[in-house]
Design a protein around this ligand. Sequence first.
Ligand code: F6P
Length: 348
Amino acid sequence: MTVKRIGVMTGGGDAPGLNAVIRAIVHRADSLGIEVLGLRNGWAALVGDGGTMPLDLGTVQDIHVTGGTILGTSRTNPYKVDNGPGLVRKNLREFGCDALIVIGGEDTLGVADRLSREGLKVVGVPKTIDNDLSATDYTFGFDTACNRAAEAMRDLHTTARSHSRVLVVEVMGRHAGWITLNGGIAGAAHVVLLPEEPFSLDEVCEAVMARERAGHAYSIIAVSEGAVPDDREAMVLQTEERDAFGHVRLGGIGERLAKAIGERTGKESRHVVLGHLQRAGAPSAFDVVLGTRLGVKAADMVGAGEFGMMASLRGTAVVAVPLSEAVGTLKTVPEDLREESRLFWAPR
Ligand code: F6P
């Protein structure tokens, strides 16, 4: 059966580049003679009161260079809603959609994978600033977030140096340290602490003091929101409440760490939480281009009947991979990259 109309949705936290994907899908679908219907606010469009919006070449004019998502997003989980999967199928039928393109991260694509195995015609597009999805080399949104984090860290040098202070910068990424690692390298951080490896407070303080002895009375410390000191097991949580996918909200390690460094070293220490600035605003050129390529591929996959698959960046090629490969395991920073980065970071 040829597809006449595709539904498109964006789910989970927004990421710069989402609008580039949407625009590219609409353009490629148009060239294939397929209509596109926008589904508002993630899975809420299909199981709640999200609503829809028509998408055509006019609607998507120039949106690729803007941040956020014109469709809106949510962390709604159909499998947590009474008869959710049934509602998804019923509403898609009523909207006249023969297939669905789901743009999302681990959670949103996890639902897409499950629905696909239950018979729905789904194609996925990987999105997250955290870059923690398997089966793709990069996700769009990540490059922008790294640039934002790096720019903030670079700027913080001037005030840290002027006041001879320690500045602890808390970076997003949940359980993966990709933004902290890459943002830390490009932002000239002096110590980088990732969730993949518990850190020693003694070593961090020693690094600060070693810099001081070498004539550098200030330090920039990049810490992932999910990083944990080696004398404690749990991550610092903002709230115990969980979202519909079971995730707690991380945050607070920056403040605690700055306080502990100040107490131990006697140096004035402050913390900065980069927070949602990391995914706000316009996408980088890399993310606009990656989002565009993924969108074109996703529409092509619908045209070719490649369902249950995800458009993915492998090397420099955009290819189709099984959705199940993307959502199986979280892609965290491997030991060899962590080892490599230790060359540059204190204590040395
Ligand atoms: O997954 C993307 C992300 O930005 C994480 O880095 C962060 O922990 C989380 O979302 C924040 O979620 P929210 O937007 O719900 O505060």
